[in-house]
Design a protein around this ligand. Structure first.
Ligand SMILES: [Zn+2]
Length: 430
């Protein structure tokens, strides 16, 4: 068995290939892309997918999300970040059951694969229930049990975090598409004792750290006060210098702090929609890219990010930099596509597996149909994808060699039932 994708217009995002290659065939055998070329011979029993006129590219990688927060979609209006968390979200989260987390996660995973995302970096609690849902849909998931000191018992959270790694690390649970990191909610909610323990776990298991970082001014003030430092980057330099750290947001940093971040082992998960929605400001993304920082894209949870459609994230990321910094040359469309794919893979440490369509890599591929009025005629195909295409233009999502979404249909979930369950959850905990 295998899959032969015929006659596609390939945007592989691979450095070794042309940026755009029309009329290409891609052979997938088992989970792996084994051949890319023109007029490939169809192996016996392979499924042939006619992709004539369509784009084939790597699936998107969402590097900052809270997968179970689908149920908090549109609960935000009128709140600041801190008020929304403290007065609205955290009291509701206290009432969530494991089954709630599963059902809410399932909705997110369906949303992801329908809009072309193959992997998300999640940060939440009761993550085994999100892992269960990921297995049903067939998506890749990097996850953690978020740790913070505002709770009564951070050591219990740390123990849960380490147990999760031991149980699921490197496919130990039998579901090979689960990846672990260690998550801290943020430095403003986590003190140095807990941070030291988290870093020790990251080193012990060689996994990245994932945290919110400098999302708004209040957070920066709190970090400075909690740690007695001049800059939040001081804390990174002191505690995180030898672990790979995925920093979500990074809005409130100075030029000098960006220079210092560029010397650290960090990736930035830029979440433009969430930053705008929460009135946090605009991160200096073009400047970070120019300094050589690996910048990827995230949606954040739907509570602040509204949806998991990475096309939205690409468009807002591009427009905000051009508009805010008054430079139409910022954010080249191909570079924005890199942020949503290969840079995301680098951020999560999975670039040897996914993030580009290349022989030997896993078949995590999407097929995009640009034959909708808003995308026609196709002038610059990279810009058409960034500015005009939507998640609904994705007609097929393949993860690890398996078709998980075909023409809008996702196996493993009865959507109407799931909609009702999610609506019931939010009604119950509100
Ligand atoms: Zn977040």
């Amino acid at each position: 068995m295998g899959i032969l994708i015929k006659n596609c217009n390939l945007i592989s995002m691979a450095e070794s290939r042309e940026k755009y290659e029309p009329g290409m065939d891609i052979l997938v055998e088992d989970k792996t892309i084994t051949k890319i070329g023109k007029n490939l011979t169809t192996p016996e029993n392979a499924e042939v997918i006619d992709a004539a006129g369509k784009i084939v590219m790597p699936g998107f990688i969402n590097t900052h999300s809270h997968i179970a927060m689908s149920i908090f979609r549109e609960t935000l209006d009128g709140y600041s970040l801190q008020d929304w968390l403290e007065k609205k979200i955290w009291p509701m989260e206290d009432k969530l059951t494991p089954e709630d987390i599963h059902d809410a996660s399932l909705l997110s995973f369906v949303e992801m694969v329908k809009t072309g995302t193959v992997m998300a970096n999640d940060q939440y609690f009761l993550p085994e229930n999100s892992i269960r849902a990921a297995g049903l849909i067939g998506v890749r998931l990097m996850t953690t049990r978020t740790v913070f000191d505002l709770s009564n018992n951070p050591d219990k959270m740390l123990a849960e975090q380490e147990e999760l790694i031991k149980k699921y690390y490197k496919g130990r649970c039998g579901y090979e598409k689960i990846y672990l990191n260690v998550g801290i909610h943020g430095l403003y909610t986590t003190g140095k004792d807990t941070v030291e323990k988290v870093v020790a776990i990251a080193k012990k298991y060689d996994v990245p750290v994932h945290m919110h970082f400098c999302e708004n001014e209040q957070e920066v003030k709190d970090i400075k006060k909690n740690y007695g430092v001049e800059s939040p980057v001081d804390v990174l330099e002191k505690y995180f210098s030898d672990v790979h750290t995925i920093l979500a947001h990074v809005v409130k940093v100075s030029d000098e702090e960006i220079d210092r971040l560029a010397k650290l082992n960090v990736s930035v998960a830029h979440c433009p929609v969430s930053n705008m929605r929460l009135g946090c400001g605009i991160a200096k993304i073009q400047q970070m890219l120019d300094k050589g920082i690996n910048v990827s894209l995230g949606t954040d949870g739907q509570g602040s990010g509204s949806n998991l459609d990475m096309f939205d994230s690409m468009k807002f990321a591009a427009l905000l930099q051009k508009g805010e910094f008054e430079n139409a040359g910022y954010m080249d469309s191909y570079e924005v596509l890199k942020m949503a794919t290969i840079n995301g893979a680098k951020a999560l440490g999975v670039a040897d597996e996914i993030g580009s369509v290349e022989e030997g890599k896993s078949a995590d591929i999407i097929i995009v149909d640009l034959s909708t009025p808003v995308c026609q005629p196709v002038g610059n195909v990279f810009s058409d994808l960034v500015y005009n295409a939507k998640g609904s233009n994705v007609c097929m999502t393949i993860i690890n060699g398996k078709v998980v979404m075909r023409d809008g249909v996702v196996e493993g979930c009865v959507l109407k039932t799931n909609y009702k369950k999610c609506a019931d959850i939010i009604a119950r905990i509100s």
